[in-house]
Design a protein around this ligand. Structure first.
Ligand code: MSP
Length: 651
């Protein structure tokens, strides 16, 4: 409950209006919405901001190509973004447009403040400009003397009078900020890249243009009517103008932002320019700037010309919005690139959502209905299930920290651990046998344990899957609100007596792809032609290819088995000490006891998955996995043909 009393301000990037929304935009917005919903639930005063970035040469050019004025064009595309977020039930508190009058006034006020302070001066700019990225480059930075190092498109030589921001002045203060605030940039690996970049030296930044006029004018007091502001200065300021900076400052109490969510491509702007502007304005700095990775489709970069851009609305319409939200948050560790494939989405729906979550709810209503006329009382849960209850409470105590460190996949993984405890308890305690044996109180305690677990899980999953969770809550007879959150998750109280209502299957099994596969060769296909084709019987297997990058996410090494012991009471497990050349042995639990005698393994080698998250098996830590192949003749470990040094990488 660290945030329950504080204000929580969360922002998405503001989206360029030169394109329609795709899965990358939906990803950022859904993460932001999830954190905002969670913050509200725990009782924090929360403000979620999204919007559109409407100025700049790129947008002026796109509008012209369509025979529209920039404003007409911006109105149209901005409206589409807003409609999509409304369809997606995104709980934004403000949708800002950089063409809003208040925004322009706020940006001018900021410019004036920085100018009066001496942080802005007039000079001449000569360099290379990429319109697509709206970014300046030096000759040295270009690829093949001409092309943008970020997007590969040709740059233009720009030589014009320009105002400059004294970015170089803030180099040391930026480095100090990075150093003193461990999590100011997330994930931490990205932070190191930024630190190295700043250490390489910062040049003053050109922040005005004279060669086009689709932008915010400089403040009148400066009297330079030819100049418009550089689009990134204009855009970044949205985070404060949305709260009323420079106009009606009533929402400025939300500042500083708790989290600015951005894609990795725009991290530099947010973690170098933006804090430097804020330092100049003498405003506090954001708590976290969190950069997520890039989405591909079926292992391929998405682009309009390839016709393989994932349309989030189509996916949500076909598979369900909540399932889509869950998939995106669960599938990829924050910061890493992710791949969208229908096969992966279907696997998540059928396995995590259908089997682990949906079926558990069915089991609650099935058991409570059959044995207790749908009535559930928690009175004996502590008596019979203290152990499970403690395990659940312990896991759930830590989940909040994952949310604000942007480890949403770990948040979900831990919630799923709790679901596993619940599902396992049913198998372990067999309420049907208890009923047969006349131990009704024990059967009731088990049903109530599961119901209590489901109630806690529902509260925690509400921010991820609000629609489905409202159904679970209705079925359990609980409310999803701050008071219930505090009671069940903070005070760890048990549910009052409740009556379960039956619900329909929450996540019906999906057996086939519900959308047409992307056809990369079909470049002529327009968005409207990309219709969903439900019931098309494409086999899932076809969707199973991965890129080489995906393969290399797994680190495989040669391990030498130094010790091997049987695990008592386990039919399957051997406990191995394996040398991976790290100066210490790793303990690995392998399910190979039926096929190998422990002593025969000592001194032999095997192929080991070395970067698997450690897991506990029968209460013991396992820090890797051995590769093995099994057919009808049994199992055999995968080993090098001739001995190799311990730790040798397999590629
Ligand atoms: N207008 C700027 C942001 C200004 S914020 C002050 C901008 N807009 S954008 O529309 O081009 O991109 C918005 C966001 O979408 C960025 O965070 C970007 O990383 C993200 N994505 C665009 N394509 C993406 C993927 N394929 N995958 C994931 N996110 C990607 O940049």
């Amino acid at each position: 409950m660290e945030n329950s009393c504080k204000n929580v301000y969360i922002t998405t990037p503001i989206y360029y209006v030169n394109d329609v929304a795709h899965i990358g935009h939906a990803y950022t917005t859904i993460i932001a919405d999830t954190i905002a919903r969670y913050s509200r639930l725990i009782g924090a005063d929360t403000f979620l901001l999204t919007g559109t970035d409407e100025h700049g040469q790129k947008i002026a050019q796109s509008a012209e190509a369509r025979g529209k004025t920039p404003k007409e064009y911006a109105d149209e595309i901005s409206g589409k973004f807003r409609k999509l977020w409304d369809d997606f039930d995104i709980t934004y508190d403000k949708f800002i447009r950089t063409t809003d009058e208040e925004h322009k006034i706020g940006v001018q006020k900021a410019f004036e403040t920085m100018y009066n302070k001496g942080d802005i001066y007039k000079g001449d700019y000569e360099g290379y400009y990429c319109v697509s990225c709206e970014t300046f480059f030096t000759e040295k930075q270009l690829v093949d003397e001409q092309f943008c190092p970020d997007c590969g498109k040709p740059t233009n030589i720009v030589k014009e009078e320009s105002f400059f921001f004294r970015l170089s002045k803030y180099e040391d203060r930026l480095l100090k900020w990075y150093e003193e605030n461990e999590d100011c940039i997330l994930p931490r690996a990205k932070k190191n890249e930024i630190i190295n970049f700043v250490k390489g030296g910062l040049k003053d930044l050109s922040i005005s243009r004279t060669s086009f006029d689709w932008g915010v004018k400089l403040p009148e007091s400066i009297n330079e009517p030819k100049h418009v502001m550089y689009v990134w200065l204009d855009a970044l300021m949205n985070y404060i103008t949305a709260l009323g900076y420079g106009t009606d400052e009533k929402n400025m109490n939300y500042w500083p932002a708790k989290i600015h969510l951005v894609g990795k491509d725009i991290l530099r702007f947010h973690s170098i320019y933006w804090p430097a502007f804020l330092m100049s304005l003498e405003l506090p700095l954001p708590e976290h700037i969190a950069a997520h990775g890039w989405w591909t489709r079926d292992g391929d970069k998405m682009s309009k010309s390839k016709g393989n851009v994932v349309n989030p609305k189509e996916v949500a319409d076909a598979y369900g919005l909540d399932a889509f939200r869950y998939f995106m948050l669960r599938e990829v560790p924050f910061g890493q690139d992710g791949d969208f494939s229908q096969k992966a989405l279907i696997d998540r729906i059928n396995s995590d959502l259908g089997n682990d979550l949906g079926n558990l709810l069915n089991r609650i209503s099935g058991m409570s209905g059959k044995y207790f006329d749908y009535k559930v009382t928690s009175k004996d849960v502590e008596k019979f299930h203290k152990k499970e209850l403690n395990e659940v409470n312990e896991i759930l105590e830590n989940v909040e920290s994952y949310i604000y460190k942007m480890q949403l996949n770990r948040y979900l993984e831990d919630i799923w651990k709790v679901l596993t405890i619940a599902n396992k308890a049913i198998g372990d305690y067999e309420p049907w046998t208890k009923m047969k044996d006349g131990k009704e109180d024990e059967a009731m305690a088990l049903v109530a344990l599961i119901t209590n677990i489901m109630a806690r899980v529902a509260l925690l999953l509400d921010s991820v899957m609000p629609e489905k969770i409202s159904k679970i809550a209705a079925s359990l007879g609980i409310k999803i609100d701050t008071a219930t959150y505090k009671k069940l998750l903070v005070e760890k109280a048990l549910l009052e007596d409740t009556t379960i209502t039956k619900v329909e299957q929450l996540f019906p099994r999906i057996e086939e792809l519900l959308l047409e596969q992307a056809k990369p060769s079909d470049v002529s296909k327009t968005e409207t032609e990309e219709k969903s084709c439900k019931n098309e019987s494409t086999v899932l297997e076809e969707d199973n290819l991965i890129t080489i990058d995906k393969f290399f996410e797994t680190t495989l090494r040669i391990g030498t088995i130094v010790e091997a012991q049987e695990v008592p009471k386990s039919n399957k497990l051997l406990k191995l000490q394996v040398d991976l050349g790290e100066g210490r042995n790793r303990q690995i639990l392998a399910g190979i006891k039926e096929y190998y005698d422990a002593s025969s393994l000592v001194g032999t080698q095997a192929c080991v998955v070395a970067n698997l998250k450690p897991a506990k098996l029968m209460g013991m830590l396992s820090e890797g996995m051995l590769l093995a192949a099994r057919d009808e003749n049994g199992l055999s470990l995968v080993r090098p043909e001739t001995p190799k040094k311990s730790g040798t990488k397999i590629s």
